[in-house]
Design a protein around this ligand. Structure first.
Ligand code: TA6
Length: 296
């Protein structure tokens, strides 16, 4: 269902039989809402988020492409989150079965303007699916459509902002003992020690070659988010904490307490595509009561 969102921007609402829903803005190909069957919001979007292109939306799931963070010459996190995507009415067949599921196919192609800042032609197809049970799946297919024989290289992330009750009570499982690059220490490489990850200060890390499953436990709400990923070896974990939060104009001073970014990403080893080649990367999210989660 296509309708008007904030400031008249087009958005698509996906609904599932039990009442779960998701919202996607064509601006950015950006998921801004994911609700469970009780209508509870599972993603964090700042109360100060600006829905006014070319500003990017603070929260939800920004798509970082063709550059994660400031690891290149483009604007931070690339331009895909600041472009108008279109609905792809006739996508080539997807390898996943989306029958019985609510989904939308979006597409972003190079514009002549963008070719000036990133001299490549591409087709980026994004399928956003709300499965029965409310799982939210994002599948990206990026194809090099250069006609000059040139390969291109990119980094990528689904910059997911999870809504948490109290960041001090959150644990992340699945990243312990892994190597990470610490963005707060000049991207130096360290090894995570000890148990599950907990939060008591600013964190901005890229965990490398992680398992495909990461759990985010919201202790207070007795909810566990499960993130599963494919084609995306790394996982970024970010919380700005109090001092950094105050420097971010579109984030409330105390909102850091209620958000945690855990991002399926490909950062350490950029992806290179030859003309005609296609890359796929997928992130699946579920939210379940903690007690029902296996192994917890
Ligand atoms: O993913 C973590 C990060 O790259 C941080 O360094 C932090 O700046 C954040 O993303 C938000 O970036 P943004 O450009 O959306 O303000």
């Amino acid at each position: 269902e296509l309708c008007k969102g904030i400031n008249g921007l087009d958005k698509i609402v996906l609904r599932e039989v039990r009442g779960c829903s998701a919202e996607v803005y064509l601006y950015g190909g950006h998921v801004t809402s994911w609700k469970n069957e009780h209508g509870e919001e599972l993603l964090f979007v700042s109360s100060k988020a600006i829905f006014n292109p070319p500003k990017t939306i603070r929260g939800g799931i920004p798509i970082c492409f063709p550059q994660f963070s400031n690891l290149g010459s483009l604007e931070p996190h690339g331009f895909a989150r600041a472009r108008f995507w279109t609905i792809d009415n006739d996508p080539p067949p997807f390898p996943i079965n989306s029958s019985n599921k609510a989904f939308i196919d979006l597409i972003l192609k190079h514009s002549e303007e963008d070719v000036k800042i990133w001299p490549h032609r591409y087709e980026f197809r994004l399928r956003i699916t709300l499965g029965p049970g409310g799982d939210l799946m994002l599948t990206s297919r990026i194809r090099n459509t250069n006609t000059d024989g040139k390969s291109f290289t990119f980094t990528f992330a689904y910059h997911t902002y999870f809504h948490v009750t109290d960041i001090s009570e959150v644990r992340v499982e699945g990243l312990e003992t892994l190597d990470y690059l610490d963005n707060l220490k000049n991207r130096e490489r360290f090894t995570e020690q000890g148990d599950a990850i907990v939060f008591e200060s600013e964190v901005d890390k890229v965990y490398l070659s992680t398992p495909t499953k990461i759990a985010i436990l919201d202790h207070e709400r007795k909810r566990t988010f499960e993130l599963r990923k494919d084609g995306l070896p790394d996982a970024v974990v970010w919380n700005p904490w109090d001092k950094k939060a105050k420097t971010i104009p579109d984030l409330g001073d105390d909102e850091y307490k209620h958000m945690l970014c855990v991002e399926a990403a490909c950062v350490e080893n950029p992806i290179t595509l030859k003309p005609g080649e296609e890359w796929r990367g997928r992130q699946e999210l579920s939210a379940v009561p903690s007690s029902y989660c296996s192994g917890q």
